[in-house]
Design a binder for this molecule. Structure first.
Ligand code: NDP
Length: 285
């Protein structure tokens, strides 16, 4: 059996067409253009590349974006002042600070400075609290994109066993929470899990988010399972996931590629969150 490939680029393109129509509609009916401010500190090449991707994607759907590329030695207070200015700017509905940040800047302080109703990355403690208490708030983009990909298959999630490898606050834990909300039975594995394969082999839905190239082998996957590879690892100049694609595609029922899987959906969810934020200001919610 060869797995069906979950094409993130194709899904993202369809979702972006819908977002673009909604942006256009908001502009025409309410005179509001969703606005996104992106703050990038330092010269990390991967971060610059991610930010270029976000800038391009925003332009593609008609979202107004401002990108500030700031020096690596920027003092924390200067960054906080910039965030304050965007917090108060009515043209800006979403603020994103690209991580990681240089050592002199505390990511916790920066995230806490963003107004929760402009925190389109969903990292502010208020939004995190909303996610875990079942309230309404911004859902972090990668987990939200993963859920959209799973839904797009039409396969049921309720009652299935979902195994998430990784427990970070950005991917593993929120994706586990979203799957729990969808009534999956969820197991979270991490670097201290004993006998990882014993868990992954039970998974109807396996989400690999460890950042370890090739961690998930064909033998670790249950036949017919849905395998979502979140990992982005650079090996010999090539991007690879956490899943051994060639082996696992022979066993799994569904599989996401790297690149071209979760990545494009992550950016799409950022656009979606920015649009949603703009709509909320129009509706006064
Ligand atoms: P972190 O490094 O913050 O977390 C990795 C998690 O994996 C930790 O919980 C760690 O366990 C666990 N882990 C590490 N090694 C193993 C192992 N051998 N077995 C089981 N668990 C293990 O990474 P992120 O969550 O931020 O990112 C995960 C991956 O996803 C990375 O490759 C990243 O680049 C990618 N990513 C991709 C995105 C996309 O849009 N496609 C967006 C965000 C991230 P412990 O907690 O015990 O240390």
């Amino acid at each position: 059996m060869s797995a069906r490939i979950l094409d993130g680029k194709q899904l993202a393109a369809a979702a972006r067409r819908r977002i673009r129509e909604e942006v256009e509609d908001l502009k025409n009916t309410r005179g509001v253009v969703p606005g996104l401010a992106v703050l990038l500190v330092g010269d990390d090449p991967a971060s610059h590349s991610y930010v270029r991707g976000k800038e391009r994607a925003a332009a593609e759907v008609g979202i107004y974006s401002v990108v500030e590329r700031l020096p690596a030695d920027l003092p924390q207070r200067d960054l906080l002042e910039k965030i304050e200015a965007y917090n108060a700017d009515p043209r800006i509905h979403g603020i994103l600070v690209q991580l990681p940040l240089p050592d002199q800047i505390s990511p916790e302080a920066v995230i806490a400075a963003i107004r929760p109703d402009k925190d389109v990355d969903g990292f502010h403690p208020w939004n995190v609290g909303q996610l875990y208490s079942g309230g309404e708030g911004f859902v972090p983009c990668t987990p939200a994109g993963i859920l959209e990909m799973i839904r797009s298959t039409g396969e049921p999630v309720a009652g299935r066993h979902a195994v998430v490898v990784g427990r970070s606050g950005i991917v593993g834990r929120p994706v586990a929470q979203l799957l729990l909300q969808e009534n999956a039975t969820v197991t979270i594995c991490h670097s201290r899990t004993r006998d990882l394969a014993a868990f992954t082999r039970q998974a109807d839905i396996l989400v690999a988010a460890a950042g370890r190239p090739g961690l998930i082998t064909g033998e670790m996957v249950k036949p017919g399972a849905m395998v979502i590879d979140v990992g982005v690892n650079r090996v010999d100049g090539r991007l690879v996931g956490d899943v051994r694609f060639d082996e696992v595609r022979e066993v799994a029922g569904w599989l996401t590629p790297v690149p071209g899987g979760v990545g494009p959906m992550t950016i799409t969810m950022l656009l979606y969150n920015t649009l949603w934020s703009a709509k909320r200001t129009v509706n006064g919610t």
